[in-house]
Design a protein. Sequence first.
Length: 418
Amino acid sequence: MPPIPPPTPPIPFPKVLSPLPAWLQAPALQQVMAALTRQDPDAVRVVGGAVRDHLLNLAVQDVDLATTLTPPQAVAALSHAGIKTLPTGIDHGTITAVLDKTSVEITTLRQDVTTDGRYAVVRFGTDWRADAARRDFTINALYLSPTGQLFDYHHGLADLAARRVRFIGNPLQRLQEDVLRLLRFFRFSASYAAELDADGLAAAITLAPQLPQLSGERVWAELSRLLSLGRPGLSMLRVMADHAILPQLWRPVAIDQADLTSLQALVDTAPKVPPPLLLLAVLMGGGVTAATLKSLAGRLRLSNHQRRQWQLWQAGWHCWHSMDRVDWLDWVYHHGLAAGHESLAWWLASQQSVTSPPAPSLADARREALAIIDRLGTTRFAINGDDLLAAGHHPGAALANHLRTLRRAWLAGLSCKS
């Protein structure tokens, strides 16, 4: 999500949206809301991101509904209307309605009974104000009725207009209830805030030592979203590094380094925001050891594919250090243009902080190596191991080395012709 422009709606925001937004009039959503309000017209409201983003003239992606109906009541009401439901988070009051290839998440109003920083025991209710009080930020506690009426219980509209991301209630208490909100604070601030809320930052600094109790999946999910924001996300990472929050994400893996300089250079020069995993690799630096990478991947619950991709980028990063053009050609020939471009972007970014950055001609030479492989298209080296065996070579390391020598000579010839 890109950083938002200054809000265009006037202050105060309208209390009733008229005409109704097109997304609110979508047939599938209207059918779901009609089914839930058949007995009570105030049984359902849109909540959170859809309301917030619409008021800021941003595209509405997902629409979440809150309801006074219990999950069994909501399922019954939807089933009566012929709408399929899935128990996606039934223990916490969430079901998903599926209609005409549209999925709508519906959550019963609730209050937290107990929290431990990770999990909450909830009690279902019918009080909209109490439901709003348990949400994280004021700008996420805005409700919209099916008829377009806005409900704001915590001055979220004023905060939205002023570009403030502010916790509801005491920030320290809200983070103690769920420390994942600490990462959400930085992510939402990157997207929506003109500057960091001082009270929120102070609470984040205090509660950062509790971050290791979060599951790796939740940490990586939030971190990847923050990285995907590009420059605004990077500014939040700098704040987290300055206040010793960033290393807490990796615990129990002891990693204190953060190559923010290379990350900044990559984000500034890339035509679009690179993949979050590549940005994480750049943040960790090209010199991260295999053991540390294995431990970090375990901490963040990265998949085997993601681990291999990281290792491939890092191998490419090392390859671009070579001054031998054939080394570059051979590596890209084997691992593909995508890995070549991504690892070269990392290498070039990392060179901005060294004492003697490479001359433009050296950077251009590496780009030309990519262009040579690109021009090859599907053309492959014509000789393979079977050919050498047929010519009398014996299987083994010597054959593999000879084949590699021939292939590199072929690639060197391509380089000379370019």
